[in-house]
Ligand binder design. Structure first.
Ligand SMILES: [Mg+2]
Length: 314
């Protein structure tokens, strides 16, 4: 077991020899994207160099995001444009993991989607039918929603981030979920997007709305649920040793908790949602759920690791 388990040790406070020793303690890195590697379209200072150096140190790298609005191909393009040396097979996204989850269970009906084309394109890629996505606005009075025609071949409702979330979508999703055999899947339950001046609702808001209305609880695919790693663990059987895997994230209740749930080592970076002050709060808390959020390690930003990494051999 990692000597620093849930100690939130600041790597900046360790002598170089100890950092080197820590670096040798993992051979797989699973990293969150938003808030760790980039913020919107801009790479975070030093993140590209650290990830590419990890690669040159022959560590397995996986990008793991709860963002369901993009396909893996789109995420790959974004990452490569910033300079990350990564392939499509090294990207784990909730949209892809959701499609893989259904495919693995031989799902043959169609999916009602509350979300974006990140989800529908991944469903297309594995040959699963769906109802599409986009605007479905309220027309007329509420009484008219009872005239909505429901499809007869819906076997699952998938809820992700949907900027066109609406009353008719709630009616349809909840009505499909009245059938106990209809699967109810959420890509993720992130509460909001980190932004300076505004509060922007995350997928979790839409999931809770449907859960309340349907009186059912969704199966969550995204972090912190180990289901997001199912694809990875399936493909890499025998290659990934959880004890020698490092999870890097900026949000504790998704990234660090996934690490806790899977037995990975964890590293929190301060370039996104949670800060050291939050960890101090959880350390003092008597709630055992809060304790699970405490990472092994902390860094102000991933790029701070650069001085401790070996220069690439030419
Ligand atoms: Mg993040």
């Amino acid at each position: 077991m990692c000597a620093y388990k849930q100690s939130c040790t600041n790597l900046m406070d360790l002598p170089t020899a100890k950092v080197t020793e820590w670096l040798e303690g993992f051979d797989t890195v699973i990293t969150d994207c938003d808030g760790v590697l980039w913020v919107y379209g801009r790479a975070i200072d030093g993140a590209v160099s650290v990830i590419n150096l990890f690669k040159s140190m022959r560590k397995n790298i996986y990008f793991c995001t709860n963002n369901s609005t993009k396909t893996r191909e789109e995420l790959l393009k974004k990452a490569q444009n910033m300079g990350f040396s990564i392939t499509e097979g090294e990207i784990i996204s909730t949209a892809h993991a959701t499609a893989a989850y259904l495919k693995k269970r031989n799902f043959e009906k169609r999916v009602y989607v509350i979300g974006s084309d990140g989800i529908t394109k991944e469903l297309d890629a594995v040959g699963i039918g769906h109802t599409g996505c986009g605007p479905d606005p309220m027309k007329g009075t509420m009484a008219e929603t009872t005239k909505i025609q429901l499809e007869t071949d819906i076997g699952a409702v998938v809820v992700g981030f949907d900027e066109h979330f609406s009353f008719p979508k709630m009616v349809k999703a909840s009505s499909y979920l009245n059938d106990p055999n209809c699967l109810f899947i959420a890509t993720n339950t992130d509460e909001r997007f980190p932004m300076d001046n505004m509060v922007v609702p995350g997928s979790g808001c839409f999931v809770r709305a449907i859960e309340t209305c349907a009186e059912r609880t969704a199966k969550v695919i995204g972090k912190p649920n180990p289901a997001i790693c199912e694809v990875l663990l399936q493909k890499e059987i025998g290659r990934i040793d959880p004890a020698r895997t490092l999870m890097i994230g900026d949000r504790a209740n998704t990234d660090i908790l996934l690490g806790f749930n899977c037995g990975f080592q964890t590293l929190l970076v301060g370039t996104g949602v949670h800060q050291l002050s939050d960890v101090e709060r959880w350390k003092k808390s008597k709630d055992l759920e809060d304790k699970k959020l405490i990472p092994d390690m902390y860094l102000p930003k991933l790029g701070d690791l650069l001085p401790a990494l070996p220069l690439p051999k030419h």
